[in-house]
Design a protein around this ligand. Structure first.
Ligand code: SF4
Ligand code: SF4
Length: 359
């Protein structure tokens, strides 16, 4: 297992500071996209450490605007005191939802795997319904999903079914388990096919362990109790797997749940042992590169590449390096003379390959 050969690029666990560490600098408020969009949301500082001091399990946690937190973690990335702002908000959301009752929208959107199963079984019909204006009006009225919110397309052939027919590589050097998640399985099979192709090209056999939704849709829809149930199931399925091989995830959100949130946010026993063997696929490829095992005979890409490291990768809890560091990794691996440009260019200059030219 690569875990035994290399020190991971990312850390699994980093100690978080308590609410007392908050210096009230308000840096978190300045980066929060929700606080910038609406006054109903009083900002991460007020809803996180400020209110946490006064919350108690016996008292009602219903606070106006609390549900609007999108879970992007930008506040936590920015906080100089490493306060777990978002985790305080999540716990309060869950307690509030328990007290006031959960909406139909939260019930539906928290069950991505069930939704995906139904959507892919009825793919042409479900996709038609999701585009149909009348159906969207009804959905807005009864479920609370805005009629103009684009919805993902479902695919009839799931990634799991595709993989069953996929031939295994001959004489692989390594073996990994792939946590593909609901999105790849029901909405974007091709992403999973590409992940498998890249790993197999580097002599790695891919196996699919039994898995449940990672639980992040339940967390962001104020249902940590459901997320915990899913997490317990995943830890039960994945615990024997990590005795034999590492796990890679192509979804940074799923990876962060397995790696960090199961132990910190959901407090699932045994999840740290699983999390220590989970890698984001980019991190895993980088370790292969360091081992001299990565096939780098790429063809040059004749394009400018937008680079956007997701907030989860940016999070200090998943990546020891900064987002810029991750983009540098990308540059070394793939840009081959091209320019990799972070999407928010106003904050950082573009990264360029040494031999690259501006397009
Ligand atoms: S950024 Fe951190 S220290 Fe500053 S106000 Fe927000 S929680 Fe407090
Ligand atoms: S997680 Fe994102 S949306 Fe939620 S408080 Fe922090 S910055 Fe705002």
């Amino acid at each position: 297992m690569i875990t035994e050969e290399f020190e991971p690029v990312t850390d699994t666990v980093e100690e978080e500071a308590s609410v007392e560490a908050c210096t009230k600098c308000t840096a978190c408020n300045t980066v929060c996209p929700v606080a910038r969009s609406t006054d109903i949301f009083r900002g991460p500082k007020a809803l996180g450490p400020d209110m946490e001091r006064f919350r108690s399990p016996q008292e009602a946690a219903v606070t106006p605007g609390l549900d609007l937190c999108s879970g992007c973690k930008l506040c936590e990335v920015t906080c100089p005191s490493q306060v777990s702002i978002q985790e305080y908000i999540r716990r309060a959301q869950n307690q509030g939802a328990r007290e006031k009752g959960r909406s139909l929208r939260d019930w539906v959107l928290g069950r991505t795997r069930l939704l995906g199963k139904l959507g892919s079984m009825t793919a042409p019909l479900a996709n038609f319904g999701n585009r149909n204006p009348l159906f969207r009006v009804l959905m807005e009225r009864f479920v609370g999903i805005h009629r103009r919110r684009p919805l993902p397309k479902y695919q009839w052939l799931t990634f799991e079914r595709w993989f069953k027919r996929h031939p295994q590589p001959v004489k692989p050097r390594r073996k990994v388990a792939y946590f593909y998640g609901c999105w790849v399985n029901y909405n974007d099979r091709r992403l999973g096919e590409r992940a498998v192709a890249v790993l197999e090209r580097n002599g790695i056999e891919v196996v699919l362990p039994r898995q449940q939704c990672c639980g992040i849709p339940a967390v962001v829809n104020s249902n940590m109790d459901l997320a915990r149930r899913y997490g317990l199931e995943n830890v039960r399925h994945l615990s024997p797997v990590v005795e034999q091989m590492d796990i890679v995830a192509s979804s940074t959100s799923c990876g962060l749940m397995l790696k960090h949130d199961y132990s910190h946010l959901l407090e699932i026993a045994g999840s740290e042992r699983v999390g220590a063997r989970v890698y984001d696929i980019m991190e895993y490829l980088w370790m292969l590169h360091e081992a001299g095992e990565l096939d780098t005979t790429f063809e040059a890409v004749r394009d400018r590449l937008p680079g956007n490291a997701p907030a989860e990768v940016d999070s200090r809890r998943q990546a020891r390096g900064s987002r810029r560091g991750v983009l540098w990794h990308l540059r070394h691996l793939w840009c081959q003379g091209r320019e990799v440009r972070p999407l928010d260019e106003d904050r950082q200059p573009p990264l360029r390959c040494r031999q690259g030219r501006r397009q």
